[in-house]
Design a protein around this ligand. Sequence first.
Ligand code: S3P
Length: 177
Amino acid sequence: MTGTPSPGPAHLILIGLPGAGKSTHGRRAAKQLDRPFIDLDKRIATTHGRSVANIFAEDGEAAFRALEREATASLALEPPSIVAPGGGWMLSPENVALVKPSSTIVWLMVSPAAAVSRMGVRIALRPLLRSGNPVRTLEGLLEKRRQRYAEADAIVDTETLSWQGVVDALVALAPPI
Ligand code: S3P
């Protein structure tokens, strides 16, 4: 049969710098919405039996990005969910094309300094932030990524809102199902 392809599932996808709170806020919004929560980096690690840090260290970033694309493609088989990919996900137009137009992408905005203070010791789990000054590194990433992040359907400023305020904003932005 020919015609327009059927639309994919309507996910809510949270993007932004490491430390923006994509997983934490995403998990809470999912609970409030009674929808599944998917941490895309955890899914990659579980599927391949290796941590993201290990994949970066042994196979390099390009190999990780290929697995990230594969995990994004698998979202087509999921019911409408709240999805938290890693901070570099939005840089790939292919990733975005895989979830559009059905899903809603939201940029969780945070300053590099606040992101570093939120991550605390968990910063050691982030391969891109392991060496050098993490605030400077995040400033550099933000500079390079700002334009792509700004292509999100909506922006939620995680610093001017309370934790519950961020969750409420995400619940309101979740695509209807
Ligand atoms: C990355 C962010 C990480 C992880 C990988 C690459 C990035 O996820 O996907 O280390 O390019 O910003 P978090 O944003 O959850 O730290």
